[in-house]
Write a protein that binds this ligand. Structure first.
Ligand code: C2E
Ligand code: CA
Ligand code: CA
Length: 746
């Protein structure tokens, strides 16, 4: 039992690993598919947003470019006019261009010398303008980054260009309020979620259209990282990529997760100073739609996956239950919870493979359990079997394999290093003391033992040997056991020989049929004969008692019986043709046939093939097969087909005369042992008793094995109908049989 449990555990473990593995694969699959799915959905929906934001950014950049271009051109025009020598002093220059300033959004003009001293077009004096060198270093029209105005609170940008005036190197400033650019940048509204920035090559924010960045000189990348608390490495990577691209003068679009919201960014280069317009927007509608869509998708995915999982788990569990049940019905005996025959043989393989000393196989049979069965009810005898199983388990060595083979028959394989007689004594002792429901059962067992040899590899053979040993003591009254010995070994080898020869013998026609006549008591007439098989092997005759029991064990008897029947039909057919007569022939039918309810159909088919009338065929069925439960149904069916039915060896089995009442039986054959044990001094004997009841039931009687005249006389007096025995004739060959019935028919 321990072993069975371990097996189940191992099986369970295997299945669990498989199950968990499957779940993991399912989950991984789910995540991979989800990831692909999300990316796909994002790609198509984000694609639109990318286009929109790029367009916005490009438009802003174009407007900035146009404005700056115009303003630059105006500065160039002014310088060209100055250089053409048209003006005599600075105020003339101012006067000439003052009216045009407004249309280019300039606030004022300033002319400064290399020390930063000069005058503005609206009448301010400027002293030591800071960093004036920056402007004198530029050759072309230059646009400065925004800086505080020297004359107002505003931020300004300055266009500048140097020129020579009256042999002095001067610079012309055209100043513009940074708010002008801010206005261009803020033409697109993003509801506060994002904005447009002008940044320089290093990422420093020049203009923030929404004034979110309060301090100037803030770096855009740092601002975004700090403001939105970016921690995800992926988003930092995206920002770094933007920085690289800007350094290389490229434009680009991307999205990034800021405060759990998706922001879209586009950076577009403008024509001046490697400045970039950065447009950043959170597309709330699209983002939330996507989110909703994804949420719904996930929900749906989730439901489907859970459903699948549920179905899968359900199937797995019910399968597990089923296979456990299957395992139990296949290997476990339902009454004792020990193993069954299949289990024993399965385990037997490893038992035999483990070639250690002192291994045994034991058959333990409860004596007279049949009577016991009748004494108590079925449930109680099952309980006895269960307790008996426990009792055996407790007394057998550890690690023994114990199985129940049939109703009251147990087998065990085990290793035992002490004297085996001690173990047998212990079993006898323990079993005899077994009590169930406070009832002393007084159980006796008979034990057959086989000591396993190293050369043994076939558990069936090993079992056969234990059974063979057991059969040596079957029928003995009190405790007993038998250990397989040399004598049995010889018999075993002989039987093995028979088994290996039987098929060829059948094919070669080595099984011959003899016929023993049956004579009627009334007028000593010939009334029929019994077909008896012989095996002629190398000119030697082998009698059925040598091979029939073995064939009954290995089921070969089914084939042999049919063969005999076919030979009989052939002979009957011949006799019919030759003499227009054939006797009633009795054929022995082994109990092995009775497992198949309609086995007789095969007999009918053969009889038909040879045109034999089955009402002249008498089937001899042994009494032991006749006490089976299903028998009446089968006999009825045989009777319906038209055969004569005899009960063979009557009186040796366990059937009672009363059972005959319900059976469609024509003849009872009284076994030879009753003839052998006739007490001539008494008129009370069994034959007498059987004959009178049979008469009462309208059943004919045959007495078998009548050898002497004395016996004939005696039997005749009992009023039985037919005699079969050596007194009239031994079994005869087909030819001698012909002569026999011809003589009788004359
Ligand atoms: P059985 O059916 O009881 O057959 C009667 C046996 O008693 C035969 O032995 C027969 O030769 C023997 N016998 C008949 N009269 C006398 C007598 O006066 N004195 C003595 N000492 N013996 C007598 P056999 O032929 O050796 O057959 C033995 C058993 O083998 C049969 O017993 C039957 O059970 C079985 N058998 C024989 N042929 C077949 C067969 O074709 N199929 C099957 N299933 N069993 C068969
Ligand atoms: Ca017979
Ligand atoms: Ca018989």
């Amino acid at each position: 039992m321990k072993k069975i449990k371990m097996d189940t555990v191992r099986r369970k473990k295997c299945k669990n690993i498989f199950f968990v593995g499957f779940l993991v694969i399912l989950l991984v699959l789910f995540f991979v598919i989800s990831k692909f799915y999300i990316n796909y959905v994002k790609k198509i929906t984000y694609g639109n947003v990318y286009n929109n934001i790029t367009e916005l950014s490009e438009q802003t950049a174009t407007q900035l470019n146009l404005t700056i271009d115009n303003q630059k051109k105006f500065v160039e025009i002014m310088i060209d006019s100055i250089n053409s020598g048209f003006f005599f002093d600075v105020s003339e220059i101012f006067n000439r261009f003052r009216d045009d300033l407004d249309s280019y959004h300039f606030t004022r003009l300033v002319i400064l010398d290399e020390d930063g001293n000069g005058i503005t077009s609206d009448g301010y004096n400027v002293k030591n303008y800071p960093n004036i060198q920056e402007f004198f270093l530029q050759e072309d029209v230059y646009l400065s980054e925004n800086r505080p105005s020297t004359v107002s609170d505003n931020q300004v940008n300055i266009y500048s260009k140097t020129f020579k005036f009256k042999k002095k190197k001067l610079v012309l400033f055209a100043t513009i309020d940074t708010d002008n650019y801010k206005e261009i940048l803020s033409r697109r509204l993003f509801n506060g979620n994002g904005g447009t920035y002008l940044i320089n090559n290093d990422g420093d924010v020049l203009i923030d259209s929404y004034d979110k960045i309060k301090n100037s000189n803030v770096n855009f990348y740092d601002y975004v990282k700090n403001e939105y608390n970016i921690v995800s490495g992926n988003d930092i990577k995206k920002l770094n990529k933007m920085q690289d691209e800007i350094n290389n003068g490229n434009v680009g679009t991307f999205h990034i997760l800021l405060s759990k919201k998706v922001y879209f960014l586009h950076y577009e280069k403008i024509k001046v100073n490697n400045w970039y317009v950065v447009t950043m927007a959170q597309d709330s509608t699209i983002a939330s739609e996507i989110e909703q869509f994804l949420l719904l998708s996930f929900l749906l995915f989730g439901i489907i996956i859970s459903l699948l999982l549920f179905v899968f788990i359900y199937m797995y569990l019910s399968n597990k239950k089923k296979s456990k049940k299957l395992y139990e019905t296949a290997y476990i005996d339902s009454i004792t919870k020990l193993g069954n025959e299949i289990y024993f043989k399965e385990k037997g393989k490893t038992f035999l493979a483990n070639k250690v000393r002192n291994r045994y196989v034991m058959v333990i049979d409860i004596n007279k359990f049949r009577y016991f069965n009748r004494l108590y009810d079925y449930a109680f005898s099952n309980l006895v079997l269960e307790e008996f199983g426990k009792c055996l388990t407790s007394v057998m060595p550890d690690d023994s394999i114990i199985s129940r083979m049939s109703r009251d028959e147990f087998v065990s394989s085990f290793k035992y290093d002490l004297d085996i007689n001690d173990l047998v004594d212990a079993i006898f002792d323990k079993v005899s003391k077994l009590r169930v429901d406070n009832i002393d059962l007084n159980l006796n067992v008979s034990i057959g033992i086989y000591k396993v040899k190293r050369s043994d590899t076939d558990i069936n053979k090993v079992l056969d040997k234990a059974y063979m040993a057991h059969s040596k003591i079957k029928g003995m009254y009190r405790y007993n056991f038998y250990i397989f010995d040399e004598l049995l070994e010889e018999k075993f080898i002989e039987e093995e020989q028979i088994e290996s020869d039987m098929k060829t013998a059948l094919a070669n026609g080595d099984f011959k049929i003899l016929y023993q006549p049956k004579i009627s008591v009334k007028d000593e007439d010939f009334v029929g004969c019994e077909a008896l098989v012989r095996w002629v092997k190398n000119d030697k005759v082998i009698y059925p008692d040598k091979f029939i029991p073995l064939f009954e064990k290995n089921k070969f008897i089914i084939k042999l019986d049919l063969y005999v029947f076919e030979q009989v039909c052939k002979d009957v057919n011949n006799w019919q043709k030759k003499y227009q007569f054939s006797p009633v022939v009795s054929v022995n039918v082994s109990k092995g046939h009775f497992v198949d309810e309609h086995f007789i159909d095969e007999y009918v088919k053969i009889a038909d093939k040879y045109g034999v009338d089955v009402s002249k065929i008498d089937l001899e069925i042994t009494e032991t097969s006749a006490i089976d439960n299903n028998i009446i149904k089968i006999l009825d069916y045989i009777k319906k087909k038209g055969f004569i039915i005899s009960i063979d060896d009557f009186g040796t089995g366990y059937s009672s005369l009363s059972m005959l009442q319900n059976m469609p039986i024509d003849i009872i054959k009284i076994d030879k042992i009753f003839v052998d044990s006739i007490d001539y001094n008494s008129d009370k004997n069994i034959i007498n008793y059987i004959v009178s009841i049979a008469k009462h039931l309208n059943i004919k009687t045959i007495v078998e094995g009548v050898e002497t005249e004395e016996e004939v006389k005696f039997v005749k007096n009992l009023g039985c109908d037919i005699i079969q025995g050596y007194y009239y004739s031994k079994p005869l060959s087909k030819e001698r049989m012909e002569e026999f019935f011809k003589k009788y028919n004359e």
